[in-house]
Design a protein around this ligand. Structure first.
Ligand SMILES: Nc1ncnc2c1ncn2[C@@H]1O[C@H](COP(=O)(O)OP(=O)(O)OP(=O)(O)O)[C@@H](O)[C@H]1O
Length: 258
């Protein structure tokens, strides 16, 4: 049986008098890409905010590796290995692309007992390993030939990919991506799909919120469809594409025309 990494059970979120999420239950199995889709206002961002600790649920449970996380502070949830990338880019301007990748890896680095015993040797060995890993990360993003450029000189789509790679550098157990294709042109979207596929091939589990259906259909093992705060369907892309209720509520005319 597949290991369930994240389990959302009977989640409900009220914001003031409004029901942002009425009742939501789904799981994210380890090693899979699960996408949350649905029309504007369906509750996708709210679900992300609650899972990552930025909002408190009104009811329900969220279990990460079997332990409850609902209501914990965002940094405590991140420390457990649940890391999110934001819609806006989050690279450090004024640093090169390579330095950005390196910084993300350093932020993950943890000093151990060896630090106290062999500080110099360890620092050198670790630095070399981190440089190799940063180079590997840039290979994966397709940004290796841009390594020496200031991060702000990258095109928008490249900055977005670097931001995702930096979130992935933390080796999260679960990576949450909030609309990674927003504002990207088709070729940038294709590069972004390649990056996420590469992360998946390296064993990363991903929860994706995305409006770009080409990306969702290509990457997802499973899709959860939300409408007005409720799950109306969930399953593999082929089934979701043909689900009459999903077509009516979300895929609509664009799907019919395709
Ligand atoms: N901070 C807030 N204050 C008031 N209402 C909110 C707040 N955040 C979300 N909502 C409401 O909760 C519902 C769900 O919104 P949410 O942003 O989660 O939807 P979404 O699926 O992410 O939409 P989109 O695709 O447009 O990002 C909507 O009716 C929205 O207006």
């Amino acid at each position: 049986m597949t290991d369930v990494l994240l389990s959302v059970e009977g989640l409900g979120v009220q914001i003031g008098g409004l029901t942002a999420i009425a009742d939501m239950s789904f799981t994210v199995p380890a090693g899979e890409v699960v996408s949350l889709i649905g029309p504007n206002g369906a509750g996708k961002t709210t679900a992300f905010n609650v899972i990552t600790g930025y909002m408190r649920p009104t009811r329900g449970r969220i279990l990460f590796e079997g332990r409850p996380i609902a209501g914990l502070a965002p940094e405590r949830i991140a420390a457990r290995g649940l890391v999110r990338s934001f819609q806006r880019t989050s690279v450090f301007a004024g640093c090169t692309v390579f330095e950005n990748a390196l910084m993300a890896l350093h932020l993950r680095g943890r000093a151990g007992l060896l630090d106290a015993l062999l500080p110099f040797l360890r620092a050198r060995r670790e630095e070399a390993a981190l440089h190799a890993e940063a180079a590997d990360l840039l290979d994966l993003t397709g940004l290796a030939d841009r390594a020496g450029l200031p991060a702000e000189a990258l095109a928008y789509g490249e900055q977005r990919r670097l931001g995702i790679a930096m979130a992935a550098a933390a080796h999260p157990r679960l990576l949450l991506l909030d609309e990674p294709a927003a504002g990207l042109n088709p070729s940038e979207t294709a590069d972004c799909i390649a990056l996420i596929r590469g992360l998946k091939e390296r064993g990363m589990t991903v929860l994706l919120v995305e409006h770009d259906m080409a990306m969702v259909m290509r990457l997802s093992d499973r899709i959860v469809v939300l409408n007005q705060g409720r799950i109306i369907a969930s399953g593999p892309p082929a089934a979701i594409r043909q689900d009459p209720e999903v077509i009516r509520a979300y895929l609509g005319a664009a799907h019919a025309a395709a």
